[in-house]
Structure formats: structure tokens, C-alpha cells
Design a binder for this molecule. Sequence first.
Ligand code: CMC
Length: 430
Amino acid sequence: MSSSTSTLNVDSKSVELAVKDGTIGPSVIDISKLYGQTGMFTYDPGFTSTAACESKITYIDGDAGLLLYRGYPIEQLAEHGDFLETCYLLLYGELPTAAQKADFDYRVTRHTMVHDQMNRFFQGFRRDAHPMAIMVACVGALSAFYHDSTDISDPQQRMIASMRMIAKMPTLAAMAYKYSIGQPFVYPQNDLDYTSNFLRMCFAVPCEEYKVNPVLSRALDRIFILHADHEQNASTSTVRLAGSSGANPFACIAAGIACLWGPAHGGANEAALKMLEEIGTPDRIPMYIAKAKDKSDPFRLMGFGHRVYKNYDPRARIMQKTTHEVLNELGIKDDPLLDVAVELEQIALKDEYFLEKKLYPNIDFYSGITLKAMGFPTSMFTVLFALARTVGWIAQWSEMIEDPSQRIGRPRQLYTGAPQRDYVTVAQRG
Ligand code: CMC
């Protein structure tokens, strides 16, 4: 893989560093021996120039607005495939044959129920608990229920843990929602497909028959595909770092959920919808654009900008189309939030500030409007993101465990605190 070297001059020393090439995308300079050779670390807060691992799963070209899962463009997967097919692809590296797909669907479906004592776990939460708080706790708690799938050195146990998490995440997410609104939990119904089953667990009640709307189910399934993986983002890196110490898979995914919750990451869909509601009407948009540009104001346009995409987020385009499909299906002709979103996007895309900084709508800009129209409360948006991203986290975690060069993740630092000094007793302190 190493194709050339690069030379770094430090003080009077000259160090040769190997350059490694990937299949596509920027090459990397291998600095793993730099400290030994120079006594210096590299410094890159936020990892803007640092590749933390080698991966074969997802590729993003942020300038071109390109996203590939195992080489396949996101647009093609979202158009032609379903979420479980994407899960298979991310986990195993290839699209499944019909027999492999049927077997995979079957295996996931047979793991959808959670241990009955999980119900009691839920009773401990306040009804107004944020469902992400419940998800962090309950997914972490799975390690206390499934002792037979926590040995990470056993490939069979790793596989069962992966199946369990992909299968149980919709059940737990629906339970978190049902608990918050005081309705009884709805058990999974295994003759439904993955996403229809989830919709039913969220919106069915025992006193009425519930019929899944296939258009909404397909739209949500596509939303899950869009969120399934996104290479080394903050939550995925968190999962990899947690997993690098040998922690069990349920605990690692719980760590990923905790990281995803933040408004700069998965919490942005919730924040974007709240922002659109706060703006309220198109005439107030200029005021918010001015706030976003004002350096003394912490306000940012939520759903805009991305660390990697310096072009339109390809997921945002598909999401925008899905929004219109869902609103049409539900007969929502005029959605004031959609009016604000469309106008805000148009204004921002012509504004010098956003153009110069290459700030384009990201996936979260339109997802909130779609999920709200489907009946999900704002607090569930990030939970749905976590549900879909679970497969990406698992695929990345598995890849790391199987990588022979894997070591515990242990970043270094530039220390700027006090130099060594002697302890002073309280009586002597001025
Ligand atoms: N509104 C206004 N200004 C912005 C925005 C925004 N949404 N995003 C970035 N900027 C400005 C920022 O102030 C900075 O300006 P300057 O160079 O003058 O200081 C410049 O653009 C670069 O921003 P940054 O914070 O250094 O960029 P980053 O790569 O560290 O942050 C981001 C990326 C996504 C956290 C950021 O764009 C942001 O906060 N966006 C809003 C939150 C959001 O929508 N997040 C969802 C991301 S997509 C889903 C996911 O992957 O989780």
C-alpha cells in the first residue's frame, strides 16, 4: 500500500515518512513512528487532518458531494434497496444474494423482542425523560441481559451481539416513545418488514387495528439508509475508541449514542426543526441569517454546514425529495415550516457568507419536517438517527476488532499547564 515517502525536517533532523495510498481519496502520511524518531507529537484538535484508522466501509468526497457505502453511491442504494440490504452490505462488504438477504432478514427479525425485565428498567425513568437518555441507558444495559454475546474475542458472539442490536434498536426506540406518552408498549410483529414493524410499535394502540402506510414506511426506510453510516464521524470515532479498550459491544454502542446526542452531530435534526419553528414565517428569515453571520452571537443555522461536505450533502437532496413525498401522501398542502425551510435555503445559498464558507444544507435540514409530518415528536428525531446509525457503528467496530494492527486508542497532548512544582501546606498558602 505504501507508494512513496515524504520528508519532514524537524530542527536539523530529516525524517522519512511513508505515504500510504487508499483506493480513492487523499493519501496519508504515516506518522506512527514520528515520536520515536523526533520526540515530537503532531497537533490536530478536532482531527481535521488526521486519519485515525484504515477502513473499507464508507467513502465521502466532501468537495464533490459524494457518499459511497462499500463503493455504492448512496443515491442508488436509497432508490433501489432497503435498509436491511444496506445493513448487510455495511456488515459483510457485498450486496446479498436473494438467499442471503432472506436469511439475514430472518435472523434480524428473530431478535426483535427485548428481555421482559427491560420493561421494568423503563419504569425507573421519569415520563418526561429525553428518549436519548433512555436509549443511552437501555442499550448500555443490554450487556447486563445478554451475557452470551459480550466476549469480543469470539466471532460468533460478536455476530450475535450485532444482530441483537440491529434488531432490538427499533423495539427500544419505540418503547422509549410509548413510555413518554404513557401508552402501553407494543410488541414487535415479525411478519412485518423492519421499518413497518417499527412504525407499528410506535403508533399502534391495543384498542385499534393499525395499518402501516407503505409510502411512509418506504420513506422512513430510505431515511434509515441515508443515516446508516458516515465514515469516521464523532459518534463512530467514539465507538471505535471505546471498543479499542476491549469494552463489550453494547457498552460501545451506548457510548456512540451519547456522542450522537449533541446538537453539532445527531441532535441537529431536533435543533433544526426548533429553529424553523422559532423563525416561524419567511419574513423573519433575514433576522436569523444576520444572527448566524454575527460572530458575537452563538446562533448557527442548524442543518447547515458540515465538517466534510463543502458542497451540497448528497443525503440532503434525497431527504428533500422524501419530504415532498411524505407531505403529498399525508395531504399536507401547505406546511409553514417547509415554506420557511425552502426560503431559508434559497436565501442562504445566495448569501456571500455561506458561499464563501461553503455552508450547504446537510441531512438534518429537511429530516425534521419529514419526521414531524409522520407523527414523531421532536425529541425522537435523534433516536431515529441512532437507530439507523447502529449498523454503521457495529460495522466499524467489527472492522476495528478484526484489524490485526488494532491497538488501544490513546491520543497524546500538548501540555500547557503548570510545570512541576512542590506541594504547599494550607497554612503556607497566601
Ligand atoms: N451557521 C453559521 N455559521 C456557520 C455554520 C452554521 N451552521 N457552520 C459553520 N459556520 C461557520 C463558523 O462560524 C466558522 O466561521 P469562521 O471560520 O468565521 O470562524 C466556519 O463556518 C467553519 O465552521 P466550524 O465550526 O469551524 O466547522 P466545523 O467543521 O468544526 O463544524 C458543524 C461543522 C457541522 C459542526 C457546523 O457546520 C455546525 O455547527 N453546523 C450546525 C449544526 C449541524 O447542522 N450539524 C449537523 C451535521 S450533519 C449530521 C451529522 O453528521 O451529525
